[in-house]
Design a protein. Sequence first.
Length: 201
Amino acid sequence: MTPQDIIKQARFITNDAGTSAAIYRQDDPELLTYVNEGLKEAAIIRPELFSTVGDMTCTAGQCEQAITFLDAIQLLDVLCIHGGTALTPFDRATMDQFRPGWRTDPAGPAQNWAPLNGDPLQFFIYPRAPVGQVLDVRYVRNPGVYALGDTISDLPASYLPALVWAVVYLAESKDDEHVLSQRAIMARQRFVEIMKGGVGA
């Protein structure tokens, strides 16, 4: 599946079937932008499809930690000490109530973790991190940015129809004489349905 494959089908649906690039309503660079935007929206709708595991070095002496990978959108799970024991989730409110000094307990290998509500990239570990501790974290990554002939590796080819509908709804949302707002709404709904349903047609 390449952006060119997606664009070809989107042109058919939008009846933008010019015989040359010079007479297309929307040129390839514009529609390529829509393909890449569609991938970003897909990562929001189905974040688990864009998950990966990375090694994160902790900030020593701190319970508060944050993933800093440049492609990170959202933390999903803190799995284990790299090459070591698993971490289990804990309820921060309960810990605050029954062990209010937990953040100042001596540093040691991480045993538990909790998300920081309201921040998609920060979390707490217990106890505080020792120097050099590395954790395996699962997170949602931004999809790649693709050129026309690139193979899209972020999604299986079965999601090609979803990306076609994403391009259609973005193309039909433009404020010009070719806009069909109802078709744009329908295309957006179809894109979301396919992404949520995990089906290719």
